[in-house]
Structure formats: structure tokens, C-alpha cells
Design a protein around this ligand. Structure first.
Ligand SMILES: Nc1ncnc2c1ncn2[C@@H]1O[C@H](COP(=O)(O)OP(=O)(O)OP(=O)(O)O)[C@@H](O)[C@H]1O
Ligand SMILES: [Mg+2]
Length: 259
């Protein structure tokens, strides 16, 4: 269903404070993602590697999309392009009402900090800092006061059910706890887009389930639009849609066909 909202006047969740909003971004819903005619090629020692050759994708606002595919298919590259960590060779990338492929480096950093929550297979927490300090870091990076950043971080540690680990060093936490802290860090800036690259890839089956439950819970509670790359079909089947990336194309997977 089309939004009543005009594409010319995207809604902002912090009205008046979104210098990166591009009114021309043709998104009916402000927290959706749209890739159009995306091309990505790398020049390598062994010639040109074409990853995407005219790829299109729409991720609906509120969708929890799984992307699966063989190693090397370009799944991480796809997430990086959506989240302004990498640039396409050509094509248009719209995400959270922003034409991502037209941002300057500085704008891209600001866009990532404000609009995107990233979770990786490896947590990239700073091991010598406490859980709460790690969660507070994106807020400190954007100039929030320490008191305010720690207050928000405390709230997010509660959301991932780790309040009792707040003052533990990140390096002393279990793998599952570290991934929960990295989820809190991804969402502490209150983005509406979550990009997760094999978020359970390093965890055992039981812990993967726990972390995925949490992602699902946060996705619903905070009305996120989530794109989750995973090799785990059991987890992928819990998403609203599964796409397989293969030879630069995205195809819809019917969960039944995979059984
Ligand atoms: N900077 C780069 N220069 C050249 N080739 C690159 C570069 N970055 C990625 N590639 C290549 O692009 C292809 C896709 O990489 P990508 O990391 O997106 O795959 P992936 O689907 O995420 O794989 P995995 O499941 O192993 O994480 C790979 O063959 C990789 O070697
Ligand atoms: Mg990858």
C-alpha cells in the first residue's frame, strides 16, 4: 500500500535535524531501501571482477530480509553499499530517505552514525573497555556528553538483557554476550535500519538462536527495517523474505523449496 506521504516530503524521526535528507529520493516510505541498476566491479590482479551488473532491489519499511548465497557472491559488498561503507561503480542507492551514492565522505560517516545500525560476524568491540563504554561510543563519536551517552548505553544494555554485565570488560564476555553488546552499540543511536552481516556466524547453534531471537525482538519493538546476511537457513526462514545472491542476481527463495 502506498503511503499517504508524498515522496517529496519524507518524514524525519527527528524533524528539522536531518541535513542529509534528500527530498528527491523517490521512496514512498522513509525507512525503506532501494537499489536501482546497481553495478559493482573490482579491478583485481587477475582482471575485472564484476559483482553486480544492473541489480535492483526494494526492501520495504519494516521488512526483515534475509540474504543468503555462496561465499564470494557479494553479500557483504551489497550491505556495505546500502549502508554507505562502499560505493557502487554506478547506479542509485536510496536508504532512509537519503541518496547514499551521492554523499561526500563526511556526509557518509554522518549518515552511518545517524541512520544505520551495523552488526558484523566479528563484534569489533574494544576489549579493554567495559560493555557500557563500548555501547556509548557511537554517541560520544557524535559529540553527546559522556553522562548522556552512558545513560543511553545503560538503557540499551537493558534492552539486550545485559544490565548485569555493564561494567565487565568486553574482552571478558562470552561470544554471545559480546554479540548482544554489539547489537546494543548498533542501535544506541536509534537508527531505523539494521544491517547485519552474519551476526551469528561465530556462535554455536544455541547461542545463535538466542542472538537471533533478540534481533527479531528488537526489529519488532523498534520498527526496524532489517537486512540480515546469513548462511543459516533455519534462521533465514524466520525472516519475512529470503533472497539468494548468485552470479550478481537476487532470486526469491521459497522456504518450502529449501526443505
Ligand atoms: N576491495 C576489493 N577488491 C577486489 N575484490 C574484492 C574487494 N572486496 C571484495 N572483493 C571480492 O568480491 C567478492 C565478493 O566479496 P564479498 O565479501 O561481498 O562476498 P560475501 O558474499 O560476503 O562472501 P562471504 O560469505 O565469504 O562473506 C569476493 O570474490 C571478494 O574477493
Ligand atoms: Mg561476507
Amino acid at each position: 500500500m502506498e503511503s499517504a506521504q508524498s515522496p517529496e516530503s519524507p518524514r524525519s524521526h527527528a524533524a528539522g535535524a536531518q541535513p542529509l535528507l534528500r527530498p528527491e529520493a523517490p521512496l514512498a516510505h522513509p525507512f525503506s531501501i532501494r537499489l536501482r541498476n546497481l553495478h559493482k566491479a573490482y579491478q583485481t590482479g587477475r582482471g575485472r571482477l564484476v559483482l553486480f551488473d544492473g541489480l535492483d532491489l526494494d526492501v520495504e519499511e519494516g521488512e526483515m530480509l534475509a540474504v543468503v548465497g555462496e561465499s564470494g557472491a557479494g553479500k557483504s559488498t551489497l550491505l556495505h553499499i546500502m549502508g554507505a561503507l562502499d560505493e557502487p561503480s554506478s547506479g542509485d542507492v536510496y536508504c532512509a530517505s537519503t541518496q547514499v551514492n551521492q554523499l561526500t565522505r563526511r556526509q557518509a560517516a554522518q549518515f552511518r552514525n545517524r541512520q544505520i545500525g551495523y552488526v558484523w560476524q566479528f563484534h569489533y568491540l574494544l576489549p579493554e573497555f567495559t560493555a557500557i563504554e563500548n555501547v556509548a561510543m557511537p554517541l560520544l563519536a557524535r559529540g553527546e556528553t559522556k553522562a548522556r551517552a552512558l545513560e543511553r548505553a545503560e538503557k540499551w544494555l537493558k534492552e539486550v538483557e545485559l544490565s548485569d554485565r555493564a561494567s565487565h570488560r568486553a574482552g571478558e564476555l562470552s561470544g554471545g554476550e559480546q554479540q548482544r553488546v554489539s547489537l546494543a552499540r548498533a542501535l544506541v543511536t536509534e537508527p531505523r535500519i539494521l544491517l547485519a552481516d552474519e551476526p551469528t556466524g561465530d556462535l554455536d547453534a544455541r547461542t545463535s538462536g538466542v542472538v537471533f531471537d533478540l534481533i527479531e525482538q528488537l526489529h519488532r519493538a523498534h520498527r526496524l527495517t532489517s537486512v540480515i546476511v546469513t548462511h543459516n537457513m533455519t534462521l533465514a526462514r524466520r525472516c519475512s523474505r529470503i533472497l539468494r545472491l548468485e552470479s550478481g542476481r537476487l532470486t526469491v527463495i521459497s522456504p518450502i523449496a529449501e526443505n
